[in-house]
Design a binder for this molecule. Structure first.
Ligand code: 0A1
Ligand code: ZN
Length: 883
């Protein structure tokens, strides 16, 4: 089913884009479903430019062609050719109807792309995944997003084995056939690209809810899952309803079919998929119950349910012209989800979480061999471009534009975008054009952000002139070269800022030569040159600037703050995000000092400010938990020229030790006890916040008094009323190598043996063991009967957690970690190229490792790259890595 590479895979370039010579206006598909063999009959109503028809060439991969007819006549073999994944047909004209019948083998499809089986032959169900280019694994088609067609789909199958038959669109009849078979038909009135096609067939249970849109149209929401999981779908249903209501209110967008189906599967390559009218979810992002899901997972379910639903407009009603425009739907939809989640929960916490993710996942991507623009200029395998850059940085670009237009202006612009491009396949130019036109503004300058890879560094220098009572802020930007882009240009960087007086109060801003907004306490400066200076007048004392408030642009800020300045912001900045940010900067400085072995004013200031905040009961518990968390190891590694992950790990531990000592063992214990007394099953913000802080306090205590912390963790594990508390305690025991860890792990293994999502956590928690011992553990775990390379969640729970989230445990100086990963990637690649390629990106950053690890990583990656028969997916990643 998959594409094995030749020596140099072909590159697809944005600059080569051509509108399709042929279009398909209507598609009629009939599926005769079976696990080992499914027959797909397709009738395509074709259209082409009558002035000069090019040969009709359709995509098709791994299909066995059984029958082919053109305009009702069987086609002789001389009139068609099927080779190199293309079916070429002679004699087609504008208005022709091409009918093909093909056979595919779902049970053999381990790549989980196209039509495949989820679960066992006996009880599993059939489903499809078509984005980006999976439809060509199902039938012959112009499998590109700018070919939009109306779909009528008929499913036929054994009633006993496949009682539920679903496809996208509205139901259009069902009935019985001979031999115990039955059929169901679906008609989708909205023309769509093939990547949004989906079907599901099998034994599934449902929960249903009636929904009435804002304009009064009734419809049905249905969530489907296997029998043992259906009782865990209620939270997702509530989240879906909240998301639908929110999109009506925030963007005036209603759902547009009579029924909205959502299905959960344990076998899925990504998070979820927005197929029109039939969203399919990785069970990890749909099922939630207190006994097996953590608070973070509840929030993730809400976010992903909303993300997929929002795609109905940003992605489906208006889709992408080509895959280079992927961020048009993804960046925009991530942004819409971030707004929604901020409205449903705490805006500051949401912003902290998203920026932390951007720094952990996207900044390293932008700084390494896989760096690419939000709109890439070329690719070999499009599935490798579902990246943090396209999603997360893409969302930051939308956020900057939204900030420029203001709340009402952005809404006006989005209304214009949706109405102008409804039913079309659009580009990023179309998007910025519609937003700009609705506001009489030219947003063209922002296109440069879409074309340029790399994270800009913004340097800020402030100078106070007491005699003139002026404060001059000089901002300069620089972006380092990235692969294929040696020269970078200056980008428009919106810098939201405020100035604080020495007592921690915001001062009115009077920007020289600019009367607008005079006296406001916050404003946005746009830096669009290499260097610019801004003068503020009537400033009574040397101020402390709070820059990039709310993270107003995806850049790395460097500012010559004194530790006391950052401590002032950490205590007083009313912008919750910037308050956290000041703490992060202070901790990063303290880290630098510890590394150099210097005594540290930054460390003192950080510990001092945080221990004061620790005693301040007015600080929100969840924010406090985040404030008490220093930047992660991946982020801290970005500060090193030559990375030794073990040193980074040890230094970060020291940092936490200093903090814990400063707060004090007794204070930590008292706080823990007070928080533990509140144990509740509730999901409200206050309960979640208490659990989050409780875990952080326990982790800090474990740094200075492991014996006491392990005792408390064991109690917490034994009495935990929910997964958040249970897993938090287990993590403290396992990572602290506590004697009690063994029994707790055995208990967890036994208790959750039948719960795949909980078992994933059992694998992950052990994959995060620090130091050399983890390698042995990973080897043990992969021989556990519950481990399989065939399930993406399981692979990621063990190998993903280890190679991505445990730098100290993965980057062993003898290269044993690299060899083990490379070996598994090779095996995995033969089963599922999408998953192997994504896991291989864990090698990102290897070029900046210290010499011993650097050499070991290079030889492991090179050996993998030299292996014959790798997929196009994995080849592209390892080759880019080595360039
Ligand atoms: N469009 C989905 C992501 C997705 C992409 C590819 C997939 O299969 C290879 C599956 C899902 C989203 O953004 O949610
Ligand atoms: Zn998406």
């Amino acid at each position: 089913m998959t594409n094995r590479s030749d020596a140099s895979p072909t590159l697809i370039r944005l600059s080569d884009y051509q509108a399709p010579a042929w279009r398909v206006s209507r598609v009629e598909l009939t599926f005769d479903l079976g696990i080992d063999a499914t027959e797909v009959t397709s009738r395509l109503q074709l259209a082409c430019d009558p002035t000069g028809p090019a040969p009709l060439r359709l995509d098709g991969e791994g299909l066995t062609l059984l029958d082919i007819q053109l305009d009702g006549q069987p086609l002789p073999e001389s009139a068609w050719r099927y080779q190199d994944n293309v079916l070429e047909v002679d004699g087609a004209r504008d208005g022709s109807v091409l009918e093909t019948r093909v056979r595919v083998t779902p049970a053999a499809n381990t790549a989980l792309e196209g039509l495949y089986l989820s679960g066992s032959r006996e009880t599993g169900f059939l489903l499809t995944q078509c984005e980006a280019e999976g439809f060509r694994h199902i039938t012959f088609f112009l499998d590109r997003p700018d070919v939009l067609a109306s779909y009528t789909v008929t499913l036929r199958a054994d009633r006993e084995r496949f009682p539920v038959l679903l496809a996208g669109g509205n139901p259009d009849g069902h009935g019985e056939l001979d031999d115990g078979r039955h059929w169901a038909r679906f008609v989708d009135p909205h023309p769509k690209p093939s990547y949004l096609f989906a079907l599901v067939a099998g034994r599934l249970q449902k929960i249903e809810r009636d929904y009435v849109t804002g304009s009064g149209r009734p419809l049905q929401l249905v969530i489907w899952a296997e029998a043992d999981a259906i009782r865990h779908c209620g939270y997702a249903m509530d989240a879906l309803e909240r998301a639908m209501r929110w999109d009506e209110q925030a963007y005036g967008r209603e759902y547009d079919l009579d029924v909205f189906h959502v299905v959960a599967t344990h076998d899925f390559n990504m998070g979820a998929m927005e197929n029109k009218g039939l969203n399919i979810f990785n069970a990890k992002y749909l099922l939630a119950d207190p006994d097996s899901s953590t608070d973070e997972e509840y929030r993730a379910v809400e976010a992903v349910v909303a993300h997929e639903y929002f795609h109905n407009w940003s992605g489906n009603r208006v889709t992408c012209r080509d895959w280079f425009q992927l961020s048009l739907k993804e960046g925009l939809t991530v942004f819409r989800e971030q707004q929604f989640s901020a409205d449903m929960n705490s805006p500051a916490l949401k912003r902290i979480e998203d920026v932390a993710l951007l720094r952990r996942a996207q900044f390293p991507e932008d700084a390494g061999p896989l760096a690419h623009p939000v709109r890439p200029a070329q690719y070999s395998e499009i599935n490798n471009f579902y990246t943090a850059t396209v999603y997360e940085k893409g969302s930051e670009l939308v956020r900057m534009v939204a900030g420029r237009l203001g709340r009402d202006g952005f809404r006006r612009g989005m209304d214009q975008y949706f109405s102008r491009h409804d039913g079309q396949a659009a580009t990023l130019e179309d998007f910025l054009g519609a937003l700009g036109d609705a506001n009489g503004i030219d947003l063209g300058a922002y296109l440069a952000w879409y074309a340029q890879a790399g994270t800009p560094r913004l340097t800020a220098r402030g100078r106070y002139d007491a005699a003139h009572r002026t404060y001059t802020l000089t901002l300069s930007q620089h972006t380092a070269p990235t692969p294929g882009q040696p020269h970078k240009r200056a980008l428009p960087i919106p810098v939201k800022l405020a100035l604080f007086d020495p007592r921690g109060r915001m001062v009115p801003l009077h920007l020289a030569g600019n009367g607008a907004d005079a006296g406001a306490s916050e404003r946005v400066l746009v830096v669009d040159k290499a260097e610019q200076s801004f003068v503020f007048e009537q400033v009574e004392a040397a101020p402390v600037p709070s820059l990039l408030r709310g993270f107003s642009a995806p850049v790395i800020l460097e500012c010559d703050y004194a530790p006391a300045d950052l401590a002032l912001l950490l205590r007083h900045d009313p912008d919750g995000f910037n308050r956290w940010e000041a703490g992060q900067q202070l901790a990063a400085r303290a880290y630098d000092n510890l590394r150099e072995g210097n005594s540290s004013a930054a460390l003192d200031a950080w510990c001092e400010a945080l221990s004061a905040l620790f005693g301040d009961t007015s600080v929100d518990a969840a924010l406090l938990a985040d404030l008490l968390t220093p930047p992660g190891e991946i982020e801290l590694s970005e500060r090193e020229r030559q990375v030794n992950p073990s040193h980074v790990h040890a230094l970060r531990q020291q940092l936490q030790e200093h903090l814990a000592l400063r707060i004090g063992r007794e204070t930590l214990e008292q706080r823990y006890t007070a928080l533990a007394a509140h144990t509740s099953l509730e999901l409200d913000a206050a309960s979640q916040a208490r659990r989050r802080l409780k875990r952080r306090v326990l982790e800090l205590l474990a740094r200075i008094d492991p014996w006491a912390a392990h005792g408390l963790a064991t109690l917490q594990y034994d009495n935990a009323p929910n997964m958040t508390d249970r897993l938090g305690a287990l993590a403290v025991l396992v990572r602290g190598d506590a004697p009690q860890a063994h029994a707790a792990l055995a208990h967890f293994r036994e208790r959750y043996a039948d719960n795949p999502l909980a078992m994933d956590k059992w694998f992950s928690v052990q994959a995060l063991l620090p130091g050399a011992v983890v390698l042995e553990r990973v080897r043990q775990l992969e021989s556990d009967p519950a481990f399989t390379l065939k399930n993406p969640n399981r692979v990621n729970s063990l190998f993903g957690a280890w190679a991505r989230s445990n730098p100290d445990g993965f980057h062993r100086p003898d290269g044993s970690g690299y060899q083990l990963l490379a070996e598994r990637l090779r095996q995995l690649d033969a089963l599922n190229p999408q998953v192997s390629a994504r896991l291989a990106t864990a090698f990102n950053g290897w070029q900046r490792l210290e010499p011993t690890r650097h050499a070991a990583a290079r030889s492991a990656i090179a050996a993998l790259a030299a292996h014959p028969g790798l997929s196009r997916n994995l080849t592209e990643i390892v080759q880019s890595m080595l360039q």
